[in-house]
Ligand binder design. Structure first.
Ligand SMILES: [Zn+2]
Ligand SMILES: [Zn+2]
Length: 297
């Protein structure tokens, strides 16, 4: 059984919602209702932005999320086993320094007794830039010595062009990356960013856009086949936008709109004038609400 819970659903600059980061949870045994019978068997956090730690701090006190809470009331970081990074904007990576330091200096891996390290997945390009341009500043020195990204995480580089290296698994579910046209320098895809296509072993699937401009031709096959789609959206029109605008999203076929939940949205999400347009979709993703993607295996 696979679920998805968004730590936040806001745009990079939203203040009424946290950053659009989300948590996939896998249970070997399916359960029904709102409260799981126990902690998940595996977890995958997709992005951890600058508001991520505070979002997780609040989530852990919600019913059904107590496995993210330590006995002292803090965040139980080792409950997050896997992390995937879609791209390098701060609303997607700004919380990683805290996670790395907490895991290294506060928590131990129960199996080895060594500092806990989460499994980190992304493309080589993003991983190198993540360290060199973002995390290195705060993490390259541990007391009395220098440190590298692999001191904090087990690194799993993905290679998008190679079929066997463009995916990873959570339980029996395959998470396949695809490039997104979010920000580019000279041409499409020249600044790396990725979305996820989640594939059930029986062939069912779910689509998660990551940050992207509107590019339905590139995603059409996946969005048509998926049972549910999560797509980033900004509510206002803008030339050269780096996100899909609501106007563009409204041009999607009705069958796609009706299974698409919107996220990465602005603080005016509850403006009455937007409601008729938003009603054309399955809805807005609600933060801190666990959605079941697949009930069985
Ligand atoms: Zn973003
Ligand atoms: Zn972005």
């Amino acid at each position: 059984m696979l679920t998805i819970t968004f730590l936040g659903v806001g745009s990079a600059f939203a203040k009424r919602n946290f950053n659009s980061n989300c948590l996939f949870e896998f249970w070997e045994k399916s359960w029904k209702g709102d409260i799981p019978p126990g902690p998940p068997d595996d977890t995958l956090l997709v992005d951890f932005g600058m508001t991520g730690p505070m979002a997780l701090f609040q989530l852990k006190d919600k019913p059904g999320f107590q496995h993210y809470k330590t006995q002292f009331g803090g965040i139980n970081y080792p409950a997050i086993r896997k992390v995937f990074i879609t791209h390098q904007h701060a609303d997607h990576i700004g919380g990683l320094e805290e996670m790395a330091l907490m895991n290294t200096f506060v928590f131990n891996d129960k199996a080895t007794g060594k500092p806990f390290k989460a499994q980190l997945y992304s493309t080589i390009n993003i991983l190198v830039n993540l360290w060199d341009h973002s995390l290195k500043g705060g993490l390259n020195t541990i007391q009395n010595r220098y440190a590298l990204l692999q001191d904090y995480f087990f690194i799993h580089p993905l290679i998008p062009g190679q079929p066997e290296k463009k995916s990873f698994t959570v339980g029996p579910y395959k998470f396949e990356i695809f490039p997104t046209d979010h920000v580019h320098i000279e041409r499409k895809y020249d600044w790396p960013s990725y979305g996820l296509y989640v594939i059930h072993p029986g062939g069912r699937s779910a689509f998660f856009s990551g940050d992207t401009r509107f590019d339905f031709p590139a995603y059409q096959r996946m969005m048509e086949e998926a049972e549910i789609c999560f797509h980033d959206t900004q509510f206002f029109d803008q030339p050269e936008s780096v996100h899909a605008t609501l106007t563009e999203m409204r041009s999607l076929p009705e069958a796609i709109r009706k299974k698409t939940l919107l996220y990465h949205y602005g603080d005016n999400f509850d403006a009455p004038a937007l409601k008729p347009q938003l009603d054309e979709f399955k809805g807005l993703v609600q933060p801190h609400l666990r959605y079941t993607l697949f009930e069985g295996v």
